[in-house]
Design a binder for this molecule. Structure first.
Ligand code: NAD
Length: 436
């Protein structure tokens, strides 16, 4: 099969490289010239474990190429995937579909053969209908079908997730769309990955329902963590205790500083907008969005408390370890660390930060924070150390060195990666999440 992938970001590049690895002939298209230039030089524009090797081997095998020209890239393609961004529209939280529609228009203008156009971007219900209208309005004489195929990969584990998905969801309205998609994913049938065919609107909603459900799970355990702190219970054990029940499941029950990243915040907001537009409120998701939003600054206040409160904190220094919204990515979009840092600097605290991959993208988002090149440089002279992202590098800190370098042995662990008893034995004033 020949596949064109329009948009070569986290999703487009990973999906394109994996499709090539399955044996398809893939062209990754992006309008960002510098991204395509870097890919031609073998440099990855994003950090994702294993991606450089996967891209390299498929380029070498002549199955994966890159271009900035959509007109060229979609020539002869059986399936054209749209994998461009759908960020929150400024002001109202609706998904901004301008990139998706711009691509649909360009595809209509340059379609040179029969093809299936697939929205892999996360798009609200009804977007496929609009893409279909745009293609029809282009006056193309070629046969086309518009299919929804949402992506469920996680950054940091994206290649494994793409190659061994829990399920593939395909929303199609006709046999042409369904048959081409079956061919595209045939290599995964061999893995016995379940494939779910639905209507297009249903498929579009599945993606939002999945993300909203996961965001709800995280927010639920975060509120349980707050309650644990008040009643003297341990949220880690509560998570285990409920997660062992198969009806609940153990995943996404880690208490922490609130969800962030490029998907949950914008997708929950977009779902609320859809619900509002159709006059069908989703009140649980409304509460989740509100609770999560206030939690991020509350985590900053937790660090201020560890410094002795708002008044005592002014003029002190905090070392922030971890900035990305989760480990193994450089993605800083909506990371809780942004609000934590902001709460601290608003209170007159000096912040020095270190992140293994995220600092380049973090710098413009937190201009008042000093970025340093290794964790201990941030810790030197700090009145408190705060772990915000659970990178492996922070799981095995040299705690004696931390104590010697810091001005005071105060550690706030927003990811619960250390054991309270151990930390107290070493002599830290240790605060974590939900371990009363
Ligand atoms: P991204 O910002 O990393 O990549 C989008 C790319 O599209 C950019 O490189 C941009 O230059 C390119 N682009 C924009 N307009 C274009 C055009 N007209 N022609 C060609 N290229 C164009 O975004 P992402 O994180 O890969 O997300 C893409 C979509 O996938 C979003 O809808 C997102 O919600 C969804 N998604 C993301 C993830 C994730 O973990 N990042 C997971 C599942 C789904």
């Amino acid at each position: 099969m020949k596949i064109a992938m329009v948009g070569s970001g986290y999703v487009g590049l990973v999906s394109g490289a994996c499709f090539a690895d399955f044996g398809h002939d893939v062209v990754c298209i992006d309008k960002d010239q510098s991204k395509i230039d870097r890919l031609h030089e073998g440099i990855m524009p994003i950090y994702e474990p294993g991606l450089a090797e996967l891209v390299g081997s498929n380029v070498k095998a002549d199955r994966l190429t890159f271009t900035t020209s959509l007109a060229e890239g979609i020539q002869g393609a059986d399936a054209i995937f749209i994998a461009v961004g759908t960020p929150s529209r400024r002001g109202d939280g609706h998904a901004d579909l301008s990139f998706v529609y711009a691509v649909a228009k360009e595809i209509g203008e340059h379609l040179a053969g029969d093809a299936v156009v697939v929205t892999k971007s996360t798009v609200p219900v009804g977007t496929g209908d609009e893409v279909e209208r745009i293609l029809a309005d282009s006056g193309t004489s070629h046969r086309f079908a518009v299919v929804s195929n949402p992506e469920f990969l996680r950054e940091g584990a994206a290649i494994g997730d793409f190659k061994r998905p829990d399920r593939i969801v395909i929303g199609a309205e006709d046999d042409f769309g369904r048959e081409v998609m079956r061919e595209v994913y045939r290599p995964l049938f061999l893995n016995e990955s379940p494939i779910l065919f639905t209507g297009r609107r249903t498929s579009e909603l599945i993606k939002y329902a999945a993300n909203a459900f996961l965001a709800t799970k995280i927010t639920f355990i975060n509120e349980m963590a707050d309650l644990c702190e008040k009643v003297g219970a341990d949220v880690q054990d509560v998570s285990r205790g409920i997660g062992m029940d198969n009806r609940i499941g153990s995943k996404f029950l880690h208490a922490g500083p609130g969800y962030g990243g490029s998907c949950f915040p914008k997708d929950t907001l977009a779902l609320l907008k859809t619900a509002e537009d159709y006059d069908s409120p989703t009140r649980i998701v409304e509460a989740v969005v509100k609770v999560n939003e206030s939690r991020k600054r509350a985590m900053g206040r937790k660090v201020l408390d560890a410094l002795g409160g708002l008044d005592a904190a002014r003029g002190k220094k905090v070392a922030l370890l971890g900035l990305t919204f989760k480990p193994n990515t450089d993605d800083m979009r909506d990371s809780p660390a942004i609000a934590v840092a902001q709460t601290l600097t608003d209170a007159g605290v000096t912040v020095a930060a270190y992140d293994p991959e995220g600092m380049d993208l973090a710098r413009p988002l937190m201009p008042e924070v000093e970025m340093v090149t290794e964790p201990y440089a941030a810790i030197e002279g700090a009145d408190a150390v705060a772990i915000v992202t659970e990178w492996d590098a922070f799981r095995a800190l040299d705690l004696k060195r931390v104590k010697d370098l810091a001005k005071a042995p105060v550690l706030v662990d927003l990811r619960n990666i250390y054991r309270p008893a151990d930390m107290r034995d070493i002599g830290f004033a240790y605060t974590s999440v939900g371990r009363g």
